[in-house]
Design a binder for this molecule. Structure first.
Ligand code: ATP
Ligand code: SKM
Ligand code: MG
Length: 174
């Protein structure tokens, strides 16, 4: 049985982008909790948060995580999935968790270029660079706590995929 691979990390670290490429390289199915949740709800995340609040969104996110978890899948998660202790333990128990780690400046540049506000409503009400810095400072330790592997996500997507595959291979061999 091939364990599911969960990609975690900040908004803009490339979980969706790298996840698609990794799934292709591994011959696995690709699933994204944000996409699954929005499709199932027939609403954007911004609409869910505006109508029901962040707490309701977080509950739906845990439901999405549980629903999409299956063998032979690469699962791109939402940036805040690690806020829940339940989710952190669930991912570590059920599969292999990879933290795509990138510095604030790289994340902020990507999010400024591709804001996708329907999927990424503001978390703090502050400008992007300030928000990324503040949120990453709070979450970095949680991404690391959840992760079996940490990779440098500031590289080109193909290089990030190669680094993940190398980490998985090394772990399998040891
Ligand atoms: N390694 C990379 N190099 C250059 N650009 C990238 C890389 N990874 C992602 N990007 C770009 O950054 C933007 C955000 O990437 P992506 O949507 O994959 O991030 P994410 O981690 O899934 O974010 P979220 O947590 O909001 O779902 C995209 O427009 C993508 O093209
Ligand atoms: O970092 C976050 O808290 C979020 C990231 C996105 O992937 C979405 O899951 C949502 O906008 C929340
Ligand atoms: Mg994504």
């Amino acid at each position: 049985m091939t364990l599911p691979i969960f990609l975690v990390g900040a908004r803009g670290c490339g979980k969706t982008t790298v996840g698609r490429a990794l799934a292709l390289a591994q011959g696995c199915q690709f699933i994204d909790t944000d996409f699954w949740l929005q499709e199932t709800a027939q609403q954007t995340i911004a609409d869910i948060v505006a109508h029901d609040g962040w707490e309701a969104f977080r509950a739906r996110e845990t439901d999405a995580l549980k629903a999409v978890t299956a063998p032979a899948r690469v699962i791109a998660t939402g940036g805040g999935i690690i806020l829940s202790e339940y989710n952190r333990h669930f991912m570590r128990e059920k599969g292999i968790v990879v933290y795509l780690c990138a510095p604030v400046a790289v994340l902020a540049d990507r999010l400024e270029a591709f804001p996708e506000e329907g999927q990424r409503p503001t978390l703090t009400g502050k400008p992007i660079s300030e928000e990324v810095s503040e949120v990453l400072a709070l979450r970095d330790a949680l991404y690391r706590e959840a992760a079996h592997h940490v990779v440098n996500a500031a590289q080109l997507p193909d290089q990030v995929v190669s680094d993940i595959e190398a980490a998985l291979q090394l772990a399998r061999a040891s």
